[in-house]
Design a protein around this ligand. Structure first.
Ligand SMILES: *[C@@H]1O[C@H](CO)[C@@H](O)[C@H](O)[C@H]1NC(C)=O
Ligand SMILES: *[C@@H]1O[C@H](CO)[C@@H](O)[C@H](O)[C@H]1NC(C)=O
Ligand SMILES: *[C@@H]1O[C@H](CO)[C@@H](O)[C@H](O)[C@H]1NC(C)=O
Ligand SMILES: *[C@@H]1O[C@H](CO)[C@@H](O)[C@H](O)[C@H]1NC(C)=O
Length: 499
């Protein structure tokens, strides 16, 4: 994605340069049209994948966030305070408060909410800070006194709005949009010294402390929010799949923040590695159902899976040579001219006693459709049958058109989505015969068996490896459930972040 963005930038730059070099009105129009076309914001791409963070997800985020924020606030620095005050009847008293440090800080009460169109609101109430420090005074020129003190700040409240946007790599980012902190009660307890001195400090300490806290809290909160961004940057916007494919999960538009969820629209498209060619079909718009029992919902559209088929077909890997050793040994049907000769006698006559070999090859990308509780894959392929001559030369026997309808079961395993196929049925037609005409129907049971025991298990062992879901950091999925809906599969899940 980075590379794509960079390329787009360079192309825009080059176009602008041509524009500056002096071109006519037609070129000007052409340049503007291209600029609009090239800017990702204006492309209006429908997402292939949608991700929804619900109130439960936000609540989990709050629990993690509060721990981080608490650690952050413990780095508050209260500066040393010193000064002098005229106190009758003794005159000038100089004092200093030093070594003020936080003993304890708690954020027992907090809540999160959504700010439609903007982001997340976080409120912290009843926070407290206990501090300890040393005091020292000097008066009447020679008298010195010192001791320690305990400070406690109570009813501290912080409210902040966290803006949620997208960055230029297509990942979400957060920032502190609005922050206010207020300090409720401050109480101080001195140890040692004369009690008249305490009154001298009290109001001074109170004021200085409030100022120090008010100045620092919001900037520490902003820092803590900003520190979430490196985690968000781990979103796998270009997730490697295998040696052929990668999936693009960058956002195609800014996050949509409603009063009940944060929705991300991701591209969700498979590409050949390093070669991003668009398929001849595009995502159908779909909307997420109103479900909120899980923290996170990930909807993968049929488009996403169909783009996978397009990529693998382009990579030329949707083909398979089948030889006799791939058929389990106990099976009565063997890949030789004797077996095929029992259905089509000319084969045994023309190629007596030879082994055979089949090439199954998709003629175009498979077509995957999602209907409620039903995933169906239709594959159009050709099957070319060869007889293997003793000198290893392959002689063409026939070519069939074989279209199969397959049911898919989809499941989540770790951070991957995987599948298992089973055959619904197939249609065959003879395309070319090199052994004279024959009834293709006679081969039905042979090919049914070959699909069931060789081809589909082979595909399943591949599908079992799974495809990466969009994820952030060390994310684990819990309580995951999966529903097949119209045009998409919906994965509802809770998440847990590892240490
Ligand atoms: C949330 O927004 C929807 C429509 O945007 C509205 O119907 C609903 O009343 C809102 N709910 C709350 C709690 O504000
Ligand atoms: C799914 O739908 C297809 C037709 O679209 C049908 O052939 C198949 O039997 C269905 N599968 C299940 C499991 O209902
Ligand atoms: C292999 O054997 C076949 C059949 O006997 C023959 O037609 C063909 O020319 C041979 N090819 C080579 C390379 O010897
Ligand atoms: C298989 O589907 C293709 C189109 O994808 C069609 O041209 C062909 O006739 C079909 N073959 C059979 C046997 O139905």
């Amino acid at each position: 994605m980075l590379c794509v963005v960079e390329k787009q930038r360079q192309r825009r730059k080059a176009l602008l340069q041509r524009f500056k070099d002096g071109v006519d009105m037609l070129s000007l129009w052409y340049v503007s049209a291209l600029l609009i076309f090239l800017s990702p914001e204006a492309s209006g791409t429908n997402p292939g994948v949608k991700v929804r963070l619900t109130q439960h997800g936000l609540e989990y985020g709050r629990q993690i966030g509060i721990i981080t924020l608490q650690e952050k606030l413990k780095t508050l620095k209260i500066p040393d305070l010193s000064g002098s005050e005229k106190v009758s009847p003794i005159g000038k008293v100089s004092y200093s408060l030093t070594g003020i440090r936080i003993l304890d800080l708690g954020l027992p009460k907090s809540g999160v909410g959504l700010v439609p169109g903007t982001g997340v609101s976080l409120f912290i109430g009843d926070a407290y800070i206990n501090l300890h420090g040393n005091w020292r005074v000097k008066y009447l020129r020679i008298i010195k006194d010192s001791g320690s003190f305990d400070l406690s700040v109570k009813k501290l409240s912080i409210s902040v709005t966290i803006g949620v946007k997208g960055d230029d790599t297509g990942r979400p980012t957060v920032s502190s949009a609005n922050c206010a902190a207020s300090v409720g009660d401050v109480s101080i307890k001195f140890h040692g010294g004369a009690s008249w001195l305490y009154n001298l400090f009290k109001s001074y300490v109170d004021k200085a402390l409030r100022k120090a806290l008010q100045n620092q809290i919001c900037s520490l909160v902003a820092q803590a929010i900003d520190e979430m961004n490196p985690h968000l940057k781990t979103l796998n916007v270009l997730a490697p799949v295998d040696k052929y494919a990668e999936i693009e999960y960058s956002m195609v538009e800014s996050p949509l923040i409603s009063n009940s969820s944060i929705d991300l629209s991701l591209k969700g498209e498979f590409y050949n590695i390093g070669h991003h060619q668009e398929p001849p079909f595009s995502p159908t718009p779909f909307s997420l159902p109103d479900q909120d029992t899980n923290m996170l919902y990930i909807a993968l559209s049929a488009f996403t899976l169909n783009s996978a088929g397009f990529v693998y077909n382009n990579a030329g890997v949707l083909s398979l040579y089948i030889t006799d050793d791939m058929i389990p040994s106990g099976f009565p049907i063997r890949l030789n001219t004797r077996t095929f000769g029992t259905f089509i006698p000319q084969i045994a006559k023309q190629y007596p006693g030879l082994m055979m070999k089949l090439l199954v090859k998709a003629v175009k990308e498979p077509d995957i459709t999602f209907q409620p509780n039903n995933v169906t894959v239709r594959v159009s392929s050709t099957v070319t049958a060869y007889a293997i001559q003793p000198n290893a030369t392959l002689s063409l026997v026939f070519i069939l058109s074989v279209n199969a309808s397959v049911s898919a079961q989809i499941y989540v395993s770790g951070l991957k989505v995987a599948g298992v196929l089973s055959l619904n049925g197939m249609d065959m037609a003879l395309m070319t015969s090199y052994v004279g005409p024959f009834q293709v129907k006679s081969l039905d049971s042979v090919f049914n068996m070959i699909l069931k025991v060789v081809v589909i298990p082979k595909v399943n062992s591949y599908l079992k490896q799974g495809y990466p879901l969009p994820s952030i950091g060390k994310m684990n999925l819990l309580n995951t459930q999966l529903q097949i809906l119209k045009d998409h599969v919906l994965i509802g899940t809770d998440v847990q972040f590892g240490p």
